[in-house]
Design a protein around this ligand. Structure first.
Ligand SMILES: NC(=O)C[C@H](N)C(=O)O
Length: 514
C-alpha cells in the first residue's frame, strides 16, 4: 500500500491470513519447520482451469497442455524460490509438495516497499483441472466446480487465485462473485494474452500480482487482476484481444493499482461484514440469455427468443436503457413475457453509463415490467439472473426483488435522499477511516459500536429496508414494531417505533433493546 494512500486501510498482517485459523497448523508436528517460518507465510491455492497462460503452440495454434505449468513456474525465479523451499523444508511439510511453490522475498534494499515491511512469503499450491480449457469451452458446470473447490479448501488457504482464459473471464468472475456467499477471503481471477512460457508473456506479471494480493490483502471479493490492476470481478468486461490491457471496468475504478506502490482503495472494497459462514451456491439456472436490440428487430425474433424454457434475459438496450416506444408489437412481446414470469433486466449497450428513466423510450420498458439494471455489465446481469433464478425456493416476486438489489457491488446504487447510505458498509468504512481504525479487531469494534446506532436511526424513520440490510450484513436479529406493538424490553423511539436487537454470532455476543 502506498504510504501516501489516503484510502481506508486495514493492516494486512492483522487480517484473517496466517493467524486466521488455516488448518495447516494441525499438520505442524510432522516436520521440524520453525513456527516463525510458518507464521510468516501466507497460503494461496491456485486453481488452474486453463487459458492462454498455460498454452503452447501445436500445429501453429495455441492449445492447452496438461501437467506442464508447474514445471514452467519452477524455472522462473520471480515465481519460485527453490533455495528457500529447501532451507525451510517446505516440500516435506506440504502434502502437495510437487505442486507447491513459494514466491521470493522483496530485496532488503527495497525496504521502503510495503511488501518488504510485511516480511511474508506467499506459498502457493497449484490445483490443475483435467481437462484444461480454453475459456470458450467453459459452462456453468465449470463455474460450479471452481466454486466447490474454493469451498472445499476454504479453511486451508488465505486466498485463492483462479487461472482462466481471458475470453470468458468476465462471465466467470461475475458468476463466482454471486455464487460465493458470505465471502471473507480474496478470490482473484487472472490469466494472460501470451503464454507464460513465451519470452514476452504478460502472464508472469499477472500471476505474480494476483498471488501477492491474494496473500497479503484481505479483500473479501471476487476480483480480476490484469495488467497491474485489481478490478471487482463483476464490473469488468474484455475490451481488447490484442493488448495486454485486455479488461476495463467501465463504471468502477480499480480496487488496486499495482504501480511502483501498491495502492488499495479500501473505501471501495465490498465488505458485507457478514457473520455467516462462507458457502457457495452452485445451482445456476441455464435458461437465461442476452438479447441485443438493433434497429429493425422483429417481434418474431423477440417472441422466438423468449419462448419457454427461457426464464430470464438481459435486454441490451440503447443509451440510457431505451427501446423503441413506437413499436407496440415489440413492447407487447416483452409485456407478455414478463406477465408469464420471465425476468427481464435492462442493461445498456454502451460500455459506460447507466440505465435511467430520462426518456419516454426507457419508461416504456419499465411499464412492460422490465427490471432496470443500473450500470451493470451484461456479463454481471446475466450471471446475477442465473444465480437468482437458481434459488428455486424463492417465488418470482422474491427473485425480482433480489434482482433490484445491489448484491455484491455489481451496480452503483444511487441514494437520492442523502450522500451516504446505511444499507451497505460504506458508512462504517467512512467512520473507521476517519478515526484511523485499520486492524480487523478495530473494524469489528467500530461495527459493533455503530450497528445498533444505525439500526436505531433506521427504526426511527421506519426504514425497514435498511434494517433488513443491517440484519443480513451483520448477522443480527431484530424485532421491530410501531407504538401498538411495544413489548416488555423495548424503549420508545420518538413517539412511534421501537426496536429490539440481538447479536448472537461472530466474535461478540450481545443484545440491545431500544
Ligand atoms: N487469452 C486467452 O486466454 C484467450 C483464450 N482463448 C481463452 O480464453 O482461453
Amino acid at each position: 500500500m502506498a504510504d501516501g494512500d489516503s484510502s481506508f486501510r486495514i493492516s494486512p498482517s492483522a487480517s484473517s491470513s496466517c493467524s486466521s485459523g488455516c488448518r495447516r497448523s494441525r499438520r505442524w508436528s510432522q516436520v521440524s519447520r520453525s513456527w516463525s517460518e510458518s507464521e510468516r507465510e501466507a497460503r494461496v491455492l491456485v486453481i488452474n482451469t486453463g487459458g492462454t497462460i498455460g498454452m503452447v503452440y501445436e500445429d501453429n495454434v495455441l492449445t492447452t497442455e496438461p501437467h506442464t505449468f508447474v514445471g514452467h513456474l519452477k524455472k522462473l525465479p520471480m515465481l519460485h524460490d527453490q533455495a528457500y523451499a529447501e532451507r525451510t523444508q517446505l516440500f516435506a511439510y506440504h502434502k502437495d509438495a510437487g505442486s507447491t511453490l513459494v514466491l521470493p522475498s522483496v530485496a532488503p534494499e527495497a525496504s521502503h516497499d510495503f511488501l518488504w515491511r510485511q516480511d511474508k512469503r506467499v506459498v502457493y499450491t497449484l490445483l490443475e483441472y483435467d481437462p484444461l480449457l480454453d475459456s470458450c469451452n467453459m459452462t456453468t458446470d465449470d463455474w460450479a466446480k471452481i466454486a466447490k473447490d474454493i469451498k472445499e479448501h476454504y479453511e486451508d488457504y488465505d486466498g485463492f487465485v483462479v487461472l482462466h482464459g481471458t475470453d470468458t473471464m468476465a462471465y466467470t468472475a461475475s458468476a463466482l462473485s454471486f455464487m460465493c456467499e458470505h465471502q471473507g477471503k480474496p478470490v482473484i481471477l487472472t490469466g494472460s494474452q501470451v503464454p507464460i512460457s513465451e519470452m514476452r508473456s504478460d502472464g508472469r506479471d499477472n500471476l505474480l500480482g494476483a498471488l501477492l494480493i491474494a496473500g497479503h490483502f484481505v479483500i473479501p471479493e471476487v476480483g480480476l487482476y490484469f495488467h497491474h490492476k485489481l478490478y471487482r470481478g463483476n464490473r469488468v468486461t474484455k475490451v481488447d484481444s490484442g493488448r495486454f490491457k485486455a479488461f476495463l471496468s467501465p463504471n468502477l475504478p480499480p480496487l488496486i493499482n499495482a504501480e511502483v506502490n501498491i495502492t488499495v482503495s479500501w473505501d471501495m472494497v465490498w465488505r458485507p461484514n457478514t457473520m455467516h459462514k462462507f458457502r457457495v451456491h452452485t445451482n445456476l439456472n441455464r435458461n437465461v440469455g442476452l438479447l441485443r436490440l438493433f434497429p429493425g428487430i422483429t417481434s418474431d425474433t423477440i417472441r422466438a427468443f423468449l419462448q419457454p424454457p427461457m426464464q430470464g434475459i438481459v435486454l441490451e438496450t440503447y443509451g440510457t436503457g431505451n427501446a423503441p416506444d413506437k413499436r407496440p408489437d415489440l413492447l407487447e412481446e416483452l409485456r407478455a413475457a414478463t406477465d408469464r414470469g420471465v425476468l427481464i433486466i435492462n442493461c445498456t449497450q454502451c460500455l459506460c453509463g447507466s440505465v435511467s428513466e430520462s426518456y419516454a423510450t426507457g419508461k416504456a420498458l419499465l411499464h412492460c415490467g422490465v427490471i432496470p439494471g443500473g450500470d451493470m455489465t451484461p456479463e454481471a446481469a446475466l450471471a446475477k439472473l442465473s444465480y437468482v433464478l437458481g434459488k428455486s425456493e424463492l417465488s418470482i416476486k422474491q427473485q425480482k426483488e433480489i434482482l433490484h438489489e445491489n448484491l455484491r457491488g455489481e451496480m452503483t446504487t444511487v441514494y437520492s435522499a442523502s450522500k451516504f447510505s446505511l444499507r451497505d458498509s460504506s458508512f462504517l468504512c467512512l467512520v473507521a477511516n476517519a478515526i484511523g481504525a485499520n486492524r480487523t479487531e478495530e473494524l469489528e469494534g467500530v461495527r459493533d459500536a455503530l450497528v445498533p446506532v444505525l439500526a436505531c436511526a433506521a427504526a426511527k424513520t421506519g426504514d425497514l429496508e435498511t434494517l433488513r440490510s443491517l440484519q443480513r450484513m451483520h448477522g443480527c436479529q431484530w424485532r421491530y414494531g410501531g407504538p401498538r406493538g411495544l413489548g416488555p424490553s423495548r424503549c420508545g423511539f420518538g413517539s412511534s417505533n421501537w426496536l429490539q436487537w440481538s447479536k448472537s454470532s461472530g466474535s461478540g455476543k450481545g443484545s440491545w433493546s431500544v
